[in-house]
Design a protein around this ligand. Structure first.
Ligand SMILES: *Cc1c(COP(=O)(O)O)cnc(C)c1O
Length: 472
């Protein structure tokens, strides 16, 4: 399988070449040259597989430059009951108390209690494997306000040939997130608490990544959400969810997906393009409704930072959706010139674009529908599920369920993806239910563990120096 850029002028490349990269050289995103189709007989066979084997079967359709025995071992080592809390890895729970045919798919029982572990845990192993094969090392530089940074650190801790330098705004993460990251004692993990806000952290990362000589000298890389391997790893749980909600391959299901950067639901799009019987992909946004606006109108309007709201589902507080270009490329019949025009010129000149009516008309054929949810909706939905099912869901998952309830159709099971556990967002749970969310037993003493981090001024030179003295 070869990979091309959504903007056209990159040479087709192999999986392991694009694994360690972010954007394609022309500024586009990588996609496979085609989506392998999975027929009903293959689905019937996959239905019986444990999660790790299912991941291997699916990934091997996209990866032909890692020997199958190695790829299988990496998949089986990643998806274990010890790491993800159950043999099914992403078990389905019925939400029939709220609506007939509604399910919750648990994706958040990994080490950092958010769905990002599903992909990041595999990415850590793939990176370690590929770097060893190439005799290379990598220094991962990133900025985080919470979920992504911790998922990256827990995936890369102790991995050979990899160091992580993660910038976070000092004192501005939730106490739980801070404890989760700063309690890591692994020598290859460097938490840099910056005296500033998240934008300061991101500016520093941009300045350092923009210095090509420094970047090359110190083998600087990233693990952002546009990485194709991350997206591919997420395709697997759509299949796993489908198999649990159905008995045979002639049944269809819908998925409701709390969305920010469009990474999670884009994996659902790939699953559907492969032939998984998905009726609707229900995109749920919070008050930052860039995506809902697009799916309703064909108008994509990037928000300025003043119009990007801080909400109680903070991991969906985005101004633009970095993975969205992949879907638009497919929507436009893989017209790279048109995609380049929309995401290059139009975005730069007018902060967005509007599709032609004939292009908008194609959206329905890809199964996408959407809706938005507000703070009041989140609280009401958390209360509803607690009352009717005795289950506590997190604020992001509540956005997904709120929109799922609007779009749910009789006779078609709807699977809501649980993107985080409520323990990560205790303040909103207290506001909704007046009680504390349960904390997994293994994390009871998290906030009292010793912490390891460096406090630095919001200054590029200070961070650069820190990398120079500790990088491998
Ligand atoms: C990252 C994240 C999301 C958004 O996922 P995207 O792939 O960016 O659409 C939703 N919920 C939680 C809890 C997250 O951490």
């Amino acid at each position: 399988m070869k990979y091309l850029s959504t903007r056209g002028d990159a040479l087709p490349r192999g999986f392991s070449d694009i694994l360690l990269e972010g954007l394609a050289p022309d500024g586009g995103l990588y996609l496979p040259t085609r989506y392998p189709r999975v027929d009903a007989a293959t689905l019937a066979r996959w239905r019986r597989l444990p999660y790790g084997d299912l991941a291997f079967e699916l990934l091997s359709l996209y990866i032909d430059d890692i020997p199958p025995a190695d790829l299988r071992r990496l998949c089986l080592q990643t998806y274990t009951e010890a790491v993800f809390g159950s043999a099914q890895i992403t078990p389905l729970k019925p939400l029939s108390g709220v609506g007939e045919g509604l399910w919750l798919q648990a994706l958040s029982n990994g080490p950092t209690l958010a769905f990002k572990d599903m992909a990041m845990q595999l990415l850590g192993r793939l990176f370690e494997y590929e770097l060893a094969r190439r005799g290379r090392t990598l220094n991962i530089l990133g900025a985080t306000s919470g979920d992504t940074g911790s998922a990256a650190e827990y995936a890369m801790r102790g991995k050979q040939g990899i160091r992580v330098f993660m910038l976070s705004p000092h004192g501005r993460m939730s106490p739980f997130q801070q404890a989760q990251m700063f309690s890591l004692q692994d020598a290859n993990i460097h938490n840099l608490a910056i005296e500033g806000v998240f934008d300061d952290c991101q500016d520093i990362v941009k300045a350092i990544s923009g210095d090509l000589a420094f970047k090359r000298r110190w083998h600087i890389g990233t693990v952002n959400s546009i990485n194709w391997a991350r997206l591919l790893a997420q395709v697997v749980y759509y299949f796993a969810g489908y198999f649990q909600a159905t008995r045979s391959e002639d049944q269809v299901v819908s998925f409701a997906v709390p969305s920010g950067n469009f990474g999670n639901v884009c994996a659902g799009h790939v699953a559907r393009m492969m032939g998984l019987p998905i009726r609707h992909l229900i995109v749920a946004t919070n008050e930052n409704d860039v995506l809902d606006e697009f799916f309703r109108s064909g108008r994509y309007r990037v928000r300025a930072s003043a119009q990007t709201y801080q909400t109680s589902s903070p991991s969906m507080d985005i101004s633009k959706a970095s993975n969205f270009e992949r879907f638009v490329f497919d929507l436009l019949g893989r017209d790279a010139a048109r995609t380049a025009e929309l995401f290059g010129d139009s975005l730069a000149r007018q902060g967005g674009f509007e599709l032609a009516p004939a292009e908008v008309a194609r959206i329905a054929g890809f199964g996408f529908v959407s809706g938005r949810s507000t703070h009041a909706d989140r609280l009401a939905t958390i209360r509803l599920v607690h009352e009717r099912c005795g289950t506590v869901i997190d604020p992001h998952t509540a956005d997904g369920l709120k929109v799922a309830l609007q779009q749910h159709e009789a006779g078609v099971p709807t699977i809501v993806l649980e993107t985080a556990l409520p323990a990560k967002f205790a303040a909103t749970i207290r506001e909704a239910l007046g009680c504390e969310p349960a904390l997994p037993a293994a994390l009871h003493d998290l906030e009292s563990l010793p912490r390891r981090f460096a406090l630095l001024p919001a200054d590029v030179t200070a961070v650069r120096h820190c990398i120079e003295t500790q990088a491998s």
